[in-house]
Design a protein around this ligand. Structure first.
Ligand SMILES: Cc1ncc(COP(=O)(O)O)c(C=O)c1O
Length: 383
């Protein structure tokens, strides 16, 4: 049996591990080095200098490539990965089409920095459209021949809207553009953008990929190997490099990705049903709910619906009471970790959401404990 034929649970446990060698650990520890021994012709040394390459990065990149279905380049954060894609693919005056409600900082990077700001020389033109419905496809068609890059995020953070990756890949390619998908909320285990036709896939490994809320990392997966070189060159020249310790912790965490996600998906489904049935809660969004506007497309392109849910309480005051009454929901930003957490997203500004909008990330606690805790916190908040 080849690793391609293995099920996901097996693939994550074995991803990127070296051949079994007597006396060696299953996963070699992190390698800390600035220079490596490299006599004579540097081309003869696999590793020369710590900003160029590192065996701990390579092992995790190999693991990621096995899961993504294309070569991967590791970055020190999800934003560093996204910035590398924009910087290496856009040229001055390029047209970029992106969602109007995707991750806030990615939108700011494109609309403020690449269209002006620090990377003003790029003078990138940005067209934004809603993720749901046909607006993105329509925008791509309307700019056929001029659009260079189409950026998707599905499911979106924080609104959990979904778009049809395969349909957008067809539209982007017909328009002469490349398609990038930010797959952070789903991870390659629940959704395979490259197999669905995307040219690149960006992931913040800070979230569910690593799942322990203890590191910041990101990666880019590509279908066309020739893009790897420019991403690596960008990483080396700017010095935006991941730490070996983070890369090793990420690789170590990968082995539990499947069990973590399966538990999160199952518990999130129960929590979403509880929220949807609660009289004081509105706008519950979870792609796994049969009545959710995203359900049909999500069921087609995802193998599970993830651990993130959004919902709205009447005002900020009810959300504060919800946090005060809950024993199990940490009030924190980020998502995908093993501890259940949530935040009132409007506290940051930036996202067009109601004051009482909450993004909830379901962790690995016992499902009955969590459902009971959330039910009683809602009763306390809404009484
Ligand atoms: C969808 C999405 N993409 C990218 C990022 C950026 O990732 P990082 O915080 O690792 O830079 C985030 C962070 O929240 C995110 O939610």
């Amino acid at each position: 049996m080849t690793s391609r034929a293995w099920q996901d649970a097996t693939r994550v446990v074995r991803a990127g591990l070296p051949k079994a060698t007597p006396g060696a650990p299953y996963l070699p520890g992190p390698v800390f080095a600035a220079p490596f021994h490299a006599p004579g012709d540097p081309a003869q040394s696999p590793f020369t200098y710590g900003r160029f390459d590192n065996p701990t990065w390579s092992a995790y990149e190999q693991a990621l490539a096995e899961l993504e279905g294309g070569p991967c380049v590791l970055f020190p954060s999800g934003m560093a990965a996204s910035a590398a894609v924009l910087a290496t693919l856009l040229t001055p005056g390029s047209l970029l089409i992106m969602p109007e409600e995707s991750y806030y900082t990615t939108r700011v990077l494109a609309t403020q920095e690449f269209a002006g700001g620090w990377v003003a020389a790029q003078n990138v033109q940005v067209v934004q459209a809603p993720t749901s419905g046909s607006a993105l496809v329509d925008a791509v068609r309307a700019h056929s021949g001029r659009v260079r890059l189409v950026w998707l995020e599905t499911p979106t953070n924080p609104g959990l809207d979904v778009c049809d990756i395969a349909a957008l890949a067809d539209a982007a390619h017909a328009a002469g553009a490349l398609l990038v998908v930010d797959n952070t909320t789903a991870t390659p285990l629940l959704q395979q953008p490259l197999a669905l036709g995307a040219d690149l896939c960006v992931v913040s490994d800070t979230k569910a990929m690593t799942g322990h809320a203890d590191l910041v990392l990101g990666h880019v997966a590509v279908r066309d190997v020739s893009l790897v070189e420019s991403l690596r060159t960008w990483r080396t020249r700017l010095g935006v490099i991941p730490g070996p310790m983070e890369a090793w912790l990420a690789h170590r965490s990968l082995g539990t990705l499947h069990v973590r996600l399966m538990r999160q998906c199952a518990t999130a489904q129960r929590v979403a049903e509880l929220l949807a049935s609660h009289a004081g809660v509105t706008n519950v969004r979870y792609p796994g709910l049969p009545g959710d506007p995203a359900h049909e497309v999500a069921a087609r392109q995802m193998s599970g619906f993830g651990g993130v849910i959004s919902f709205t309480l009447p005002t900020a005051a009810e959300v504060e009471r919800f946090f005060a009454a809950s024993a199990l929901v940490y009030e924190a930003t980020s998502f995908g970790g093993l501890h259940t957490s949530a935040e009132r997203r409007a506290r940051w500004g930036g996202d067009v959401v109601a004051e009482g909008f909450v993004r909830l990330s379901v962790g690995l606690e016992d499902a009955d404990d969590l459902v009971q805790d959330i039910a009683s916190a809602l009763s306390a908040a809404l009484s």
